[in-house]
Every structure is written in structure tokens, then in C-alpha cells.
Design a protein around this ligand. Structure first.
Ligand SMILES: Nc1ncnc2c1ncn2[C@@H]1O[C@H](COP(=O)(O)OP(=O)(O)OP(=O)(O)O)[C@@H](O)[C@H]1O
Ligand SMILES: [Mg+2]
Length: 313
């Protein structure tokens, strides 16, 4: 797997525009999590998708990467720890009929296998519900809160090849748990716009703070998303690449109407346009994740594996 260890962060990004300069400064906060909990199983590769900025494409990245990995015959579990539950909704989960959620796993010690469902799109999902917003308050002060999710994933560590975690746009209890649980790196989608880049910086800084809890923390892909043809966006992207030469910035994902259609019909990009440019972007991201050499054409357009629900559920 291609990995890129993070360099010490300057916590500062200066974006030069025509006659204007944006300065983005981040002062790292203090991190006071308490450590407990055992090691993860070796089998599953857990990857959180995070950015401390809303709407940059975290959920669509998790969803379409999950499908792309499934098309590569990988067993994929998606864990939704965002109280917005967008990933769960996009996966066809009916939040009203779904009784248990990640809230019960994190707060009430229910086994994660109890809540896992097969999504409409072929991967398994541990759904969220809006009540998850209360998890931080419930868990505050409990010993080992920072490793709660990591411990919860242990029993199913040998049942999947990949576990993708969708996170909320603030890196506090839920997203911190996701970062600590990630043994195979972090994916950071971002827009090439100063505020989204600042959100990416905040994730990178948080990762440095959390390194004592998780030595394996590293960014495996920073994905510029929703790119249009505007020159200013490409300028910002070039600037980010210059400022962070060691970051694994991938090829950009274009802005595309299929994302709206996909959300409307609860489909993935692969259902709508399996050979289109966006599907190709996610296939390439999946390939980067598994670091396989098969030509992309082989996976684009394959049927889903809807029969996949592990027998232990
Ligand atoms: N490349 C794209 N082109 C067009 N629309 C996109 C693209 N990427 C994402 N979107 C749309 O933008 C919206 C936000 O995307 P998404 O929900 O994935 O962001 P997010 O980072 O998960 O947001 P949040 O922080 O609220 O969880 C969604 O409606 C999604 O369909
Ligand atoms: Mg989201």
C-alpha cells in the first residue's frame, strides 16, 4: 500500500490570489483522552473519512468507495458515526424501523454484530441514528472513551477486508473515536477553497495529537472533490500541493449532477453511470486503497454482490 507519513505541520496555509492573500492559522488544542482497550484484529483494514468541514464529500466518498471496494470482491463494512445519519439514509436504511444504532454500540455496550444490516448497495452497514448526538455527553468522563469504537470493532475484525467510517464534520468524540480506530489510514476529501483546506489542516493536526493513541495514523488520500473548471480552484489546489508536498493528494473528483441523482434515488454512482468519469475516480481511489494493479476497466460496471451478509449476523 502506498503510504505517506505526515510531516510536522506548520498549522498555517497561505493562499496567494490575485492581489489577495488568505492566511489560515490553526492553533492546536489540548488533547486529554484516556487510553484503554485492546488491540484490533489484524484482518480488517479500517479507514476513517474525515474533514472538519461540512459538505466536502465525506459521505459520498465512503459510499462510493465502499461500492468500488465491493466490486473488487472485498468484504466491506461501513460504520456510520455521524448523527446526521446521511450514510445510513443513502444506504437505504429506514431510520424509523431501525431500532438499534451505533449509539447502542458506543453507549449501551450492544455488540456491533447486532446492528449490522446489508445495504441496498451491497456492502454491510452499522447504521447511525440522530440520537448518536447524545453519545458524547453520555460517554464524557468514562475511562477509555477514546478507544470505545476501536474496542467495539474488535469482535468483527476478521469478518471484513475493509471497514470505512463516515464521520461528522467536527473532530470531537465521534470523529476522534474513528481516527483512533483507523489502522489503515485516513482519507480526507476537501474542496480547493480556503475553509475546506483549513478543515483538512484541522484533521491533520488532530491526527498528530492522537498519534500517542494510534501510531499508525496517516493520511492515505486527500481527495479534491467537486472540482469545476474555475481557475481559482486549480490555483488553490496547486498552492495546497506546494505547501504540503508530502500529502497524498489524489486526482480530483469532478462536480457532477449524478451525485444529486444518487442521493435522490438512494443509489451509488456505480448504479447511475458505471463507466462515467465519477465512477472511474472512485475505482481509482479503491485501487489506491488496495494497491492492486488490475486495469480499472475490469471493475467498472460489474454487478453488485447483494447476497453478502456474513453468516454471523
Ligand atoms: N463531486 C460532487 N459533485 C456534485 N455534488 C457533490 C459532489 N460531492 C458531493 N456532492 C453533494 O454535496 C452534498 C454534500 O456531500 P456529502 O454529504 O458527501 O458531504 P459531507 O462532507 O459528508 O457533509 P457533512 O459534513 O454534512 O457530513 C451532497 O448532497 C452530495 O451529493
Ligand atoms: Mg456526511
Amino acid at each position: 500500500m502506498r503510504t505517506h507519513d505526515l510531516q510536522p505541520l506548520p498549522h498555517r496555509l497561505v493562499v496567494h490570489g490575485r492581489g489577495r492573500t488568505h492566511k489560515i492559522v490553526y492553533e492546536p488544542g489540548s488533547y486529554t483522552g484516556v487510553c484503554s482497550g485492546g488491540p484490533m484484529g489484524d484482518r480488517v483494514k479500517t479507514i476513517a473519512v474525515a474533514n472538519q468541514k461540512g459538505g466536502v464529500g465525506k459521505t459520498v466518498t465512503v459510499q462510493n468507495l465502499a461500492v468500488a471496494l465491493s466490486l473488487l470482491d472485498k468484504r466491506v463494512l461501513v460504520v456510520d458515526v455521524d448523527p446526521q445519519a446521511n450514510m445510513s439514509m443513502n444506504s437505504g436504511i429506514d431510520l424509523h424501523s431501525q431500532k438499534l444504532s451505533m449509539f447502542d454500540v458506543l453507549v449501551n455496550n450492544r455488540g456491533i454484530a447486532e446492528i449490522i444490516r446489508l445495504s441496498d448497495q451491497g456492502y454491510d452497514i452499522a447504521p447511525s441514528k440522530p440520537i448518536l448526538v447524545r453519545a458524547e455527553g453520555e460517554m464524557k468522563g468514562r475511562l477509555g472513551w477514546v478507544r470505545r469504537l476501536r474496542a467495539a470493532l474488535e469482535p468483527i475484525a476478521n469478518n471484513y477486508d475493509y471497514c470505512l467510517i463516515d464521520t461528522p464534520p467536527t473532530i470531537v468524540f465521534l470523529a476522534v473515536n474513528a481516527l483512533v480506530a483507523s489502522n489503515a489510514g485516513i482519507i480526507i476529501p476537501f474542496f480547493p477553497a480556503p475553509n475546506a483546506v483549513a478543515g483538512m489542516q484541522l484533521v491533520l493536526a488532530r491526527m498528530e495529537e492522537l498519534r500517542p493513541e494510534n501510531q499508525t495514523l496517516r493520511a492515505i488520500a486527500c481527495v479534491p472533490n467537486r472540482i469545476e473548471r474555475w481557475r481559482v480552484e486549480w490555483k488553490v489546489l496547486e498552492q495546497v500541493k506546494r505547501e504540503y508536498p508530502t500529502l497524498p493528494i489524489t486526482a480530483p473528483i469532478p462536480k457532477h449532477a449524478d451525485f444529486v441523482k444518487a442521493e435522490l434515488y438512494r443509489l451509488s454512482i456505480f448504479d447511475l453511470a458505471p463507466r462515467g468519469p465519477v465512477a472511474k475516480s472512485f475505482s481509482a481511489l479503491a485501487r489506491l486503497v488496495v494497491d492492486e494493479e488490475e486495469p480499472i476497466a475490469e471493475i467498472v460496471g460489474k454487478r453488485h454482490h447483494l447476497e453478502r451478509v456474513a453468516s454471523w449476523t
